[in-house]
Design a protein around this ligand. Sequence first.
Ligand SMILES: *Cc1c(COP(=O)(O)O)cnc(C)c1O
Length: 376
Amino acid sequence: MIPFNKPYKSGKEIEYIVDAIEQQKISGNGIYTKKCHKFLEEKFGFKKALLTSSCTDALEMCALLLDLNPGDEIIAPSYTFVSTVNAFILRGAKIVFADSEPRHPNIDASKIESLITPRTKGIVVVHYAGNACEMDSIMQIAAKHNIKVVEDAAQAIDSYYKGRPLGTIGELSAFSFHETKNIISGEGGMLGVNSAEFLSRSEIIWEKGTNRGAFFRGEIDKYSWVDVGSSFLPSDMIAAYLYAQLENMRNIQDRRIAIWDRYHAYLQNISKEKGFELPVIPEYATNNAHMYYLICKDLEERTALITHLKKNEINAVFHYISLHNSPYYIHKHDGRELPNSDRFTDCLVRLPLYYQLSDSDVDLISECIIQFYSGR
Ligand SMILES: *Cc1c(COP(=O)(O)O)cnc(C)c1O
């Protein structure tokens, strides 16, 4: 069976984990955590990077930083992972779901402004498949209405909008290093802070509500409980694994992009002939090859394709199910139809894409798709 995903070990992961253990500081914020922070801040230009134990945790930090009150509203796409919105639900916010663009799962920027009310506190955008949302429009709308933008950049490491790294455009951002992402540490994440107003408070929340960070830097002579907070730090052994991956980022991204391009070239003709869609990268966005997907004509076609691939020992998988229709939210949603989100729910299928996937496997998978469509 060709799996959908395989975690990749790039070389020095074990060496660095052993080193972290030998340094005798394996809790959070150790040597490797600091190395990762420095690397990420220098490479991408966050004002502050803070490792977390998941992207879910980083999103929960964003929700705490926005200081939400019950009944405050957050605008988010419906076609996303639950963590994008759960973080804000946990703070009592109401989620106002927006539809996707017609040809891309990203939030449709032109649909956002009509959803803003006096209670709107934030817009959470998700850069689906690592392709940028239309950030200029979104930032303009947010500035006009004085609301914050959080980027769920879980899939978007080393990807860009008009040359700007994703995750550095909104006031706050959240990244994932889960084993299914491009750069991994098993479980893992990062909060990106871009706005000076959140600098000191993000560190306090990360330090469980204390000003211990300032104390460790010698800025104050004792530390105290000054705010809410929780335990968001990963162990330094996790950061050690991550640091080895960050050092190899170029190599990892290049291989993924080569695989993506190979699928894309192979499937051009058949997609035009048979009327299914391939990924469209907006002209303002780069492709970090987080994902290669097809958009089938309908649910029946997708189910048959997944079944056909499985029979041929290939594991292709569908993705999100519109959150506005989920059992938890359907009765809280205001009833608006979100047809694009529902179309991706029914029609999108993701193909295997991981560093170790060989060119011959990409060809085999592509051939199998061509064979499926030739019979229809
Ligand atoms: C993977 C993912 C998450 C969650 O990441 P974790 O690190 O597993 O918490 C959140 N949002 C999106 C868009 C994701 O793809």
